[in-house]
Design a protein around this ligand. Structure first.
Ligand code: ASP
Length: 580
């Protein structure tokens, strides 16, 4: 080794030792007769001291080193007179006797500090410098720990990690596939997996019983903030299980990760159905760190001559505790907020439950005090609270209410980052209607089993069939999802039919799976977690990019290696592709 110690490990007990350290010149200070250098590596920072009086030449040499120069120093560990309690190595410094510049560096385009002066794009272009920053390094360490502990837990539960292929065949799983042209087979293409879904099911047919894989997946989706075209899943599958077996097993994984990575114990999981989640929270991934449930007011608000309510399919609201004091200006701002296209509500009715027990609302013309009191009771409101009510088409109103609920939760600081509300949302609809294509799509994927009691509906009223599917949601973030699978051929055929596949199309796309199902496929089910997102959640960030060593930007570009990029005409010809 070029060094005897790293830059994070020397303590007061090491005083007197002769040591050799290597690292980067983080910063230097010249204080008259003394020069100090902070030497940095992955493990920390150690202060180096150079004395002009005792060795002017060495001190000059130290002064001539620039930021990010790579240095090797020899010297003696000495107690610092001016200790720095903020640094683990802050009790000591190295009185340097020899300094070697291992490499010079250009001045970096941004400062290698916790709060850097580099913007996003610049940091991504020079990601290798960004990674030298402690924050980024800590994020990668967290990710490493999450992966390691995931493996430990699942190994302990008899799961085995199996690699599935990356060059596969296009499978319709919602998003578009990335495709790879084949040189050897003119005009033919591989696809990159959106997930190893069919392979993990085939591993169950293969009798592996419990599979997992921490695996890259690829989806060529339209740009959305914080989406990465390639991302990582913890992908899992189990045989001979019911839904609750799967949920219990992965609650165990979550509990393990919470404990060893976050130091949080006693994590509890709630289970609610999709239908309840939509009804009470206006979202299929509710943030249940706070209540503020949506209350249905149809029975109490309609038929009082207020057209907006009378014509609406749904009148519903939430109760913002302690907000009756909101000013006209604050209320107007809230109305503006719900009218933004992202929320899409037409308007907002408010009812102030004043401290003196009276009511003041924006619909006083239509509703008397007594009526407003009956609304307040429906919300369990108390004087000082503010009711916020919307009306319109049911689904859209619930969703808009859900957005407003989150916003009010944020404004009232009810979304505490140190609290974790975990739940499973179950019984998703099996199919969703695509108005444009005039056909049903699988909400999860075509291998998801319907709930047994809903199978008879598949032929009659497919839109009402519920799936044996579930999502894990933590603090309003969808961390993962999965389902119990269809494992017999006739039901799978029915499902393809409901999805509008002709038997020929189904055979062409999924013949391999259908064949496999004829050879004794076990009942099975599984789940996949968004690993990047889970890391971000544990790291306390909303940006998954911060937890990926070399991420793409929001336009799907890698600005460091400059990809995607054109390829040369010769390469195109070889791949049997025409130049554009
Ligand atoms: N393959 C699914 C997905 O990527 C997860 C699963 O059903 O296991 O969402």
């Amino acid at each position: 080794m070029l060094r005897t110690h790293n830059c994070g490990e020397l303590r007061i007990d090491d005083t007197g030792k002769q040591v050799t350290l290597c690292g980067w010149m983080h910063r230097s200070r010249d204080l008259g007769g003394m020069t100090f250098i902070d030497l940095r590596d992955r493990y920390g920072i150690t202060q180096l001291a150079f004395n002009m009086e005792t060795d002017a030449q060495l001190c000059q040499q130290a002064r001539s080193t620039g930021r990010e120069y790579v240095l090797k120093v020899m010297g003696q560990v000495t107690e610092r007179s001016n200790k720095n309690p903020k640094m683990p190595t802050g009790d000591v410094e190295i009185i340097v006797s020899e300094l070697q510049v291992l490499n010079e560096s250009q001045t970096p385009p941004f400062t290698i500090e916790e709060e850097t002066d580099g913007g996003d794009e610049l940091r991504m272009k020079y990601r290798y410098l960004d990674i030298r920053r402690e924050v980024v390094r800590r994020n990668l360490e967290l990710r490493h720990k999450m992966a390691l502990e995931t493996r430990k837990y699942l190994h302990g539960q008899d799961f085995i990690e199996v690699e599935t292929p990356v060059l596969i065949k296009s499978t319709p799983e919602g998003a578009r596939d990335f495709v790879v042209p084949s040189r050897m087979h003119a005009g033919q293409f591989y696809a990159l997996p959106q997930s190893p879904q069919t392979f993990k099911q085939l591993l169950m047919v293969g009798g592996l019983d419990r599979y997992f894989q921490i695996v890259k997946c690829f989806r060529d989706e339209d740009l959305r903030a914080d989406r990465q075209p390639e991302f990582t899943q913890i992908d899992c599958e189990m045989s001979f299980v019911t839904r609750d077996d799967v949920l219990d097993t992965f609650e165990g994984l979550a509990r393990h990760l919470f404990k060893v990575v976050k130091g949080v114990e006693n994590i509890r999981f709630d289970r609610i159905s999709y239908q309840e989640a939509m009804k009470y929270y206006g979202s299929d991934k509710p943030d249940t760190r706070f209540g503020m449930r949506i209350v249905d007011l149809n029975g109490l608000a309609k038929d009082h001559g207020f057209q907006v309510f009378d014509q609406a399919e749904l009148v519903a609201g939430i109760c913002a505790e302690g907000c009756a004091g909101y000013s006209r200006k604050q209320l107007d701002a809230l109305i503006e907020w719900v009218r933004r296209p992202q929320v899409g509500a037409k308007g907002l009715v408010y009812v102030k439950y004043n401290e003196d027990g009276s009511f003041k609302s924006s619909v006083d013309k239509f509703f008397g005090q007594e009526r407003l009191k009956s609304w307040a009771d429906a919300f369990d409101a108390v004087p000082g609270d503010l009711l916020l009510i919307m009306a319109g088409e049911a689904d859209a109103t619930r969703k808009a209410m859900g957005e407003l609920r989150l916003e009010m939760g944020k404004r009232l600081e009810l979304r505490d980052p140190n609290t974790y509300a975990c739940l499973w949302v179950t019984d998703f609809p099996l199919l969703e209607w695509d108005g444009e294509a005039q056909r049903y799509h699988a909400m999860h994927h075509p291998f998801t089993s319907p709930l047994k009691e809903d199978i008879p509906l598949l032929g009659k009223d497919p839109g009402r069939v519920r799936a044996n599917a579930y999502d894990m949601v933590i603090n309003g973030v969808e961390i993962g999802g999965g389902s119990i699978r269809i494992f017999d051929r006739p039901l799978q055929e029915m499902m393809f039919e409901a999805l509008g596949f002709t038997p020929e199309e189904a055979k062409k796309q999924f013949g391999f799976l259908m064949s496999a199902f004829q050879y004794g496929a076990p009942p099975h089910g599984g789940v996949a977690f968004g690993f990047d997102r889970w890391c971000a959640l544990f790291g306390g960030s909303e940006t998954i990019r911060d937890y990926i060593a070399f991420p793409k930007n929001n336009a799907g570009r890698d600005v460091m290696i400059d990809s995607p990029s054109p390829i040369d005409p010769g390469q195109l010809r070889e791949l049997h592709l025409k130049t554009i």
